[in-house]
Design a protein around this ligand. Sequence first.
Ligand SMILES: [Zn+2]
Length: 245
Amino acid sequence: MSEIPGSGPGRADIDAAVRAEIDRLRAEVCALHALLPSNGLVAWTSGNVSARVPGADLMVIKPSGLDYEELTPESMVLCDLDGNVVEGAYKPSSDTGSHAYVYRHRPEVGGVVHTHSTYATAWSARGEAIPCVITAMADEFGGEIPVGPFALIGDEAIGKGIIETLDGHRSPAVLMRNHGVFTIGKNARAAVKAAVMTEDVARTVHLARAYGEPIPIPRADIDALHHRYTHVYGQQPPADGVNEQ
Ligand SMILES: [Zn+2]
């Protein structure tokens, strides 16, 4: 790290209500990062979580290159939706541009997660979508988990690939080819849940395939399961097209 805490931009001129949201999200996004290593989704410093700041064109995201144990609410970086740092002592995650692209193009999305979790990334390395062959997948993803294009980090190619692939699917997760997983949710916690579930079903379907041919679930049954899960199951009202449970 070339950055030193305190060397970044100073506190921006931000409305008090938005400031309170930012402070809440710094703590929430920091805490959610602990769920990535505890669920076995990341190695070393890879993986990141971000949250959109409601009522502002801003997002809170992980700093680049810090160990998970070092993360604090204060070390989270506040960026605009073009990926520019607004407040933060550290450089933001190298995936910030991809998160920002998703927020710009999907206004209902409040959280984005990226991991290289093992089984899901193995599917991405084959360029193969995970077929919907277990009811938990029908519930959570409403069908297959699709594969997006191969894209190099650094311009808008990853963000564009995520959006274009998700547009044709109900899944809140996409496997970017030869890379890893991006998930979306109505908030950062929902996106983390989708990342955990993605790895879980990637592993199960991998094992099923290793020992035989998984049996497809008919489309009508996938639709019924997904509808029940997103409209009836759980304690919360349904979101607008974004998985939330
Ligand atoms: Zn990555």
